[in-house]
Design a protein around this ligand. Structure first.
Ligand code: HEM
Length: 243
């Protein structure tokens, strides 16, 4: 439009990207202020806790990316299909191998709340694929935002090498400028054709995705506390191995 100040990469009121940000503002604050995340932000994260969170993330991203691949040609997902830039499963496998050693698969198991999240991802991918974008938004834009701060905190708290080993999850090799990529991602989300009823369901699903994340953190926190009380490693935390 002549004289218009809008730029194609800027979001407009009513756009899906704006609506998602607004709809998840409160649950985002809730997620940030879970005990687990508060401790993490203070640098209070043990190697054991970090391994637990990576384990949960591995199950979550395996499910998310399996469903993304299933729906990569679905019109409600195509515009935000960025496997080379975003997908985290391989990075998480590398991190788990770094921390647990070559037999990492035998050492990990999936906590209950993580399994609930995984089940929802499979349900959405297989029965309501138009909602998958809500899950991708919640995880990938989060990882490209707060995730970068968490990376530095973890590196310092756990004395990890600055080669990036053990932190592949937080390292997006295919994204040179996170801010610009997030802009591109928002504009792609905004290009998805969506009727108002579906849009409303996507917003609800994003809130649900945040709540599933919160439940994952709360369960991890509980497992950590139990472990401290009992004076022995919790079930989902195989022996500590410092490397
Ligand atoms: C955005 C911090 C946890 C999902 C952001 C931003 C920051 C941030 C600074 C950028 C805001 C902006 O660009 O305007 C944090 C911190 C966290 C945390 C410090 C925990 C300690 C989470 C969690 C999730 C999440 C647990 C979901 C699983 C998101 C999403 C965005 C975002 C989806 C993009 C919002 C948008 O632009 O639409 N976060 N965050 N964050 N975060 Fe978080």
């Amino acid at each position: 439009m002549e004289g218009s100040k809008t730029h194609s990469s800027e979001s407009m009121p009513g756009d899906l990207s704006e609506a998602l940000k607004e709809a998840t503002k409160e649950v985002h604050e809730q997620a940030e202020s879970t005990e687990f995340m508060k401790n993490f932000q203070r640098g209070q994260v043990s190697l054991q806790e970090f391994k637990m969170v990576l384990t949960s993330l591995y199950y979550i991203y395996s499910a998310l990316e399996e469903e993304i691949e299933r729906n990569k040609d679905h019109p409600a997902y195509i515009p935000v299909y960025f496997p080379a830039e975003l997908h985290r499963k391989t990075a998480l496998q590398e991190d788990l191998e770094y921390f647990y050693g070559p037999l990492w698969r035998e050492e990990i198991s999936c906590p209950e709340s993580t399994q609930k999240y995984v089940n929802r991802l499979h349900y959405v991918g297989q029965h309501e694929p138009e909602l998958l974008v809500a899950h991708a938004y919640t995880r990938y834009l989060g990882d490209l935002s707060g995730g970068q701060v968490l990376k530095k905190i973890a590196q310092k708290a756990l004395h990890l090498p600055n080669t990036g080993e053990g932190l592949e999850f937080f390292t997006f090799e295919g994204v040179s400028n996170a801010t610009k990529f997030k802009q591109l991602y928002r504009s792609r989300m905004n290009s998805i054709e969506m009727d108002p009823a579906t849009k409303k369901r996507v917003l609800e699903e994003a809130k649900r995705a945040f709540l599933l994340n919160i439940q994952v953190f709360d369960e991890l926190q509980k497992l950590v506390s139990q472990c401290h009380e009992n004076g022995h490693p919790a079930q989902h935390k195989p022996e500590l191995r410092t490397r």
